[in-house]
Design a protein. Sequence first.
Length: 279
Amino acid sequence: MVEIKTPEQIAKMRAAGLVVAEALKACREAVAPGVTTGELDEIAAKVIADHGATSNFRADHGGLWFPGVICASVNDEVVHGIPGGRVLAEGDFISIDCGAIVDGWHGDAAITVPVGEVAPELLQLSRVTEGSMWAGIAAVKRGNRLQDISRGVESYIRRQPLPPKGKYGIIEGYGGHGIGSAMHMEPHVLNYVERGRRPGPKLVTGMCLAIEPMVSLGTPHTHVLEDEWTVKTNDGTWASHWEHSVALTEEGPLVLTAFDGGRAKLAELGITVAPDPLA
């Protein structure tokens, strides 16, 4: 079952989304050579606590305990990297995923941040991944199907010029999800159109989805490390991960985890966002 939210519930999710936005902003500003991923985790934890929210990452997930309030995935780590003593170095590439709960309602978002000066193809990888996220968000319209989001993400990536070495691999098996009274809910939102898969449910007012493309400079295939969390590319190519949580309202989409509700980015795509219920 897909959970449908009331306007009042979406307002609470907006509050949670803004906490996530603040935590990611603080982490982005702190990323630098010599900083540990554990220090970034502490920064995000303080922001979450200071806003009276709680973490939805540092919790039991189906029998597996995740110890951080962020996932810190560096270089060839795609998602679910455990924060700790790893020291970031010049030229590294880190994806930071964060979530928060306010009054029982969840927010979830991710960014990719270069550490100092990085290779141009990595900056382009991040731009392509972020751009595909916005293309997916642009497909969050009443009457569209779930698969329209997947098609929006994939078609954007496929249109981009290939990097000098390698290709863009859309990570298989991982994707976005419904979000609301829990962090991970139905439906699963693939970042590509899978042959033979039904187009999925129609998008209706009150649906809230986390759109999160993950793209590598090579393979779409991954494996999980012995820590049972960290996901790495099979060929060792580096990856980028971007995510926003989005609500579909009567007035259109609202990006819950963007400070401006997604107004600037979606305006570039000819889309007007819904009014901010907390404005």
